[in-house]
Design a protein around this ligand. Sequence first.
Ligand code: GLP
Length: 247
Amino acid sequence: MRLVKVRSHEEMSEFAARHILDKVKSNSKVSLGLATGGTPVRTYELLIEDYRKNHTSYEHVFTYNLDEYAGIAADHPNSYRYFMFEHLFNHINIPNENVHIPRGTASDIKKEAKRYEKLIDSIGGVDLQILGIGENGHIGFNEPGTPFDTRTHIVELTESTRQANSRYFDEYSEVPKHAITMGIATILKSKEILLLASGEQKADAIYRMFEGAVSNDCPASVLRTHQNVIVIADEKAVSKLEKVRIG
Ligand code: GLP
């Protein structure tokens, strides 16, 4: 696992956008695993800026999102589908049929999880997976305790995750209790993983990911078993790590 320490959220976003653009330019049919949350928003903005300026084409790019809330309609402003179109897809030339996001309102959600897993299997895992990290070390919506061999599945969100995500909702009670997410084994199938972390609220999770045991108490720690992971983290996110290393 390679750690790239950067000074700020902006530098983290610039590094991530450059990395994604390199992939898209060297392989026009690249498959990208994408994440939602506040962390990658600026990265997506930079991709849009590049698209407007340099016309980098996404015509043949395929995307696979990590997760989606269960029970929220696709066109609801809090759905991850809505988020992705709002923050990226509406502003670049990716065809709608190349975009894949789990369907949180599927009538048989377990069947939907199986369908999504099969889809990712059919491409042999994504070429590049972008990840954020939860304050409790979750990746996607794989909360602490999730076995490492889990495939795309339905999860019950922890109180900590619901609290952290409630900032996007009018009321805490509106935050869904369940979600559908790529499993840890699904994420590990990615050929390359780029994890982004910014801010001191992520410092604990980053510390545990690097210095703690590889254990499902901190789902992100499993990334230490993958051959090709880059973590881009700003000063605040690595603050606990540095203390340990210096001391
Ligand atoms: C959510 C998402 C994750 C994301 C995490 C961090 O729960 N399911 O994919 O990485 O929260 O979000 P943020 O970037 O807003 O801190």
